[in-house]
Design a protein around this ligand. Sequence first.
Ligand SMILES: [Cu+2]
Length: 149
Amino acid sequence: MNKTIIAVVLPLAIVACGGGSDADTSDMPMDEPAGNSVTIVTPMNGGQISGNQINVNLSSTVTILPAGDLTEGTGHHHLYLNADLTAADAPVPTVPGSIVHMGDASSSYTFEDVEPGEYTLIAVVADGIHVPLQPWVVDTVMLTVVSGN
Ligand SMILES: [Cu+2]
């Protein structure tokens, strides 16, 4: 019962407080922190790879630590190869050959035994318990693998 009353009263209170000024921009974040980023250094976006391996190299503005380290604002790399991003508020799953955790704090990874075809590679930095950092720290490249040699 009481919960319902509080839920109704709170929004009214906020409206009442904010009603005093016409162009009220005081609630807007004036100094948002510089966004963190991750970059897929290789493979190049739009590139073509010959063979059956995809060598991935990443760089990030986020401090990369091993999985399990819960230091605020840090994380480790995750790769999605031809897999859709998973939920923002849940740990990144593990799908062999498709969704990979680089839990040793490495910044490079090689996909082996890759079939020829079109690929979308997504890099995501997630925290020590594998939940993606918010706002998302993500990069995407498209590439083509052709059988070589
Ligand atoms: Cu992880």
